[in-house]
Design a protein around this ligand. Structure first.
Ligand code: XMP
Length: 514
C-alpha cells in the first residue's frame, strides 16, 4: 500500500493545535498531532512531508518552556513554526526573541515584503490574528523577513534553502481570513503534498486493515445509536460482514423511536447482526428512589457493563471489541500552565465499557475528527438523520429527568423531547445547533386547563451552540419557534402545564442538567 502523505504537528500546548490538524486535512492530507517531546528520529521514521510547530502559552526563555529536538531542523523536511513555534526556530537557530511583558492579542494587518512561496497568490496586505507575548527582533542566520506588521519587523521569516518558515500570527483561526491559503501554500507548494487522503481512500484502506487485523475472528461492538458507534459498525460490517455482532442495550432511557430506528437501519437496512437487549426493567428497578445525580450515573454505568457482559455471550467467542473512539479522544492534551485545552478535560463518559476488558481493540475511527466520521458515515450510505444527529449522553434521558426516575416521568419527557426534535427539524434549526432537548424538572406547579385547575410538571428547553461541548452558549431561537414548541408540548403532553427556556451558558452551567 502506498504510504500516506502526512504532515506532523508538534504540540506545544496551543489551544488551536487541533484546529491546525483539521485545516491540514481540508487539503486531503493526513495530519498527526504528536507531543513536543517526540524526537527528530521518531519524526523522520514517520516520513512526513512537512512539520508544523504549534503555538503555545509559554515563553521560550522560561525555565519550564517546552523545547524542540534541534535535530529536527537538519532533516531536510519543510518546517512551519506558528507563533511559539516560530520563536523556537529563532531560539535554536540563532535569532533574537524579545521577552515581552504583555501579550499582543487581536486583529492586525500583515504587509508582505518579498515574494515567498508561503504567500503565493495572496495580496500584499492581509488581515491576521495575533496572540503572542514574546516577539522576534532579529532573524536567525540565513533567514529573511518576508512580512511585517505595525509592531513586528519579523512577522514572517523564511530560509528557502532549508525550507524553514516561521509566522508570528495564527493562520489556522477564522479571524485570519486568508489563513487557509497560507497553510495551503505550505502544504501544497512547499511540502509538495498531492492530497490523496480522501473519504473513499480512507474507507478502502481501513476496510483492508480491519480484515487483516481481525482475520477470521469474531468482533463485538456496543452500538448506542450515536454517530461514532454507528459509523464504526457500518465500516466494520463492510469489512467483515457477519463476523461482527453489535449489541444494543435499551436501558429504558432512550428517546422516542430510538430502538426501532436502530433496528431498521442496521438489522434491516445493512443486514448487520444485531442483538437488542431490552433491559429497561432492570435499569429502572435499580434506579428506584435514587435522586442524587452522581449516584444515578454510577448505577447506570455499572448496570450497562453487567448487561453488556451477559449479552456478549450470544455473539459466540469474540476475540475483538470494536469501539467508535475518535481522534480528539486519543490526543493527549499537553499540560502546560495556561493551556485551556489541558485544563478542561471531559469529566465523565458514562455509558462506556471499562478499559480492562480482555479483548483486543478494533478502533477504525481513531484518526478521524467528528466531521470526518460523519463524511465516512454518509459515504457508507447511513441516513442523514443518523449521521448528523446531535450528541446524546450515554445515560440517556436519565440525566434530563431530574430527581427520581419513574416510567411516568420518562414518558412525559420522551413525548416532550419528540416534539422539540420534530419542530427543530421542521424549522431547519436542528442541524444548526449543537444540541436541543427537553429537561423534566422535578417540581410541579399550578395551571388552568379549560375550567380545571392543574398541578403538573414543567419542561425546560435547552438549546446550545458549541464547537466541542467544552464551552457553549444558549441559542437565540426565534420567538415564533419557541411559541410553537411550548404550545405543542403543553397541549399534547399529558402531565405538563408549563415550559421554560434555559438561558445559561457553559461555563458556569453545564449543557446537561445532571
Ligand atoms: P456537559 O453536561 O458536561 O456535557 O456540559 C458536555 C457534552 O457531553 C455530553 N454528555 C455525555 N456524553 N456520556 C456521553 O457519552 C455521558 O455520560 C455524558 N454526559 C454528558 C452532553 O450531552 C454534552 O454534549
Amino acid at each position: 500500500m502506498e504510504t500516506t502523505e502526512r504532515i506532523i504537528i508538534l504540540d506545544f500546548g496551543s489551544q488551536y493545535t487541533q484546529v491546525i490538524a483539521r485545516r491540514v486535512r481540508e487539503f486531503q492530507v493526513f495530519s498527526e498531532i504528536l507531543p513536543y517531546t517526540t524526537s527528530a528520529k521518531a519524526i523522520a521514521e514517520r516520513q512526513p512531508k512537512g512539520i508544523i510547530l504549534s503555538g503555545g502559552p509559554a515563553s521560550v526563555y522560561s525555565p519550564k518552556a517546552p523545547q524542540v529536538d534541534p535535530e529536527l531542523f537538519k532533516l531536510g523536511i519543510p518546517v512551519l513554526g506558528i507563533c511559539y513555534g516560530m520563536q523556537l526556530i529563532a531560539k535554536n537557530l540563532g535569532g533574537k526573541v524579545h521577552k515581552s511583558t504583555h501579550r499582543e492579542y487581536g486583529r492586525g494587518t500583515l504587509t508582505v515584503k518579498s515574494t515567498s512561496k508561503l504567500f503565493a497568490k495572496l495580496p500584499k496586505k492581509l488581515e491576521i490574528w495575533n496572540s503572542h507575548g514574546d516577539k522576534l527582533i532579529g532573524a536567525p542566520k540565513g533567514f529573511k523577513a518576508i512580512a511585517v506588521t505595525e509592531n513586528a519587523p519579523f512577522a514572517a521569516i523564511e530560509h528557502t534553502n532549508d525550507h524553514i518558515y516561521g509566522i508570528q500570527f495564527h493562520p489556522e483561526v477564522a479571524h485570519t481570513p486568508r489563513g487557509k491559503e497560507i497553510l495551503g501554500n505550505f502544504i501544497k507548494g512547499i511540502c509538495k503534498c498531492k492530497g490523496t487522503w480522501t473519504t473513499a481512500s480512507f474507507i478502502d484502506r481501513t476496510v483492508a486493515e480491519i480484515r487483516e487485523q481481525v482475520g477470521k475472528s469474531k468482533v463485538i461492538l456496543g452500538l448506542s445509536g450515536g454517530v461514532d458507534s454507528s459509523v464504526a459498525a457500518a465500516l466494520i460490517h463492510k469489512a467483515i460482514g457477519r463476523q461482527l455482532t453489535c449489541i444494543y442495550v435499551d436501558n429504558g432511557m432512550m428517546r422516542a423511536n430510538e430502538t426501532e430506528s436502530v433496528k431498521r437501519i442496521f438489522a434491516n437496512g445493512l443486514g448487520l447482526k444485531l442483538v437488542v437487549v431490552n433491559a429497561s426493567k432492570s435499569f429502572l428497578s435499580k434506579l428506584k428512589g435514587v435522586t442524587d445525580p452522581e449516584k444515578k450515573r454510577k448505577i447506570i454505568g455499572a448496570e450497562f457493563i453487567r448487561v453488556f457482559e451477559a449479552a456478549k455471550k450470544s455473539a459466540g467467542k469474540a476475540e475483538f471489541l470494536a469501539q467508535g473512539t475518535v481522534y480528539p479522544d486519543v490526543i493527549e492534551s499537553i499540560s502546560i500552565d495556561g493551556n485551556p485545552a489541558a485544563m478542561i478535560k471531559s469529566h465523565h463518559n458514562v455509558g462506556g465499557l471499562p478499559k480492562n476488558m480482555k479483548f483486543k481493540l478494533v478502533e477504525p475511527l481513531k484518526q478521524l475528527f467528528k466531521d470526518e466520521v460523519r463524511q465516512v458515515g454518509e459515504a457508507l450510505g447511513l441516513p442523514k438523520e443518523m449521521v448528523w444527529r446531535q450528541p446524546f449522553p450515554g445515560p440517556g434521558l436519565a440525566v434530563r429527568c431530574l430527581g427520581e426516575i419513574t416510567e411516568e416521568k420518562l414518558r412525559i419527557l420522551r413525548e416532550a423531547d419528540r416534539i422539540i426534535v420534530e419542530e427543530m427539524k421542521k424549522s431547519d434549526w436542528y442541524y444548526k445547533v449543537w444540541q436541543s432537548f427537553g429537561v423534566l424538572l422535578p417540581v410541579r406547579s399550578v395551571g388552568v386547563m379549560g375550567d380545571e385547575r392543574t398541578y403538573d410538571y414543567t419542561i425546560a428547553m435547552r438549546c446550545v451552540n458549541s464547537q466541542d461541548a467544552m464551552t457553549a452558549d444558549w441559542t437565540r431561537l426565534p420567538h415564533e419557534l419557541l411559541a410553537k414548541i411550548s404550545n405543542r408540548v403543553i397541549n399534547e403532553v399529558r402531565g405538563v402545564n408549563r415550559m421554560v427556556l434555559d438561558i445559561s451558558s457553559k461555563p458556569p452551567a453545564t449543557i446537561e442538567w445532571e
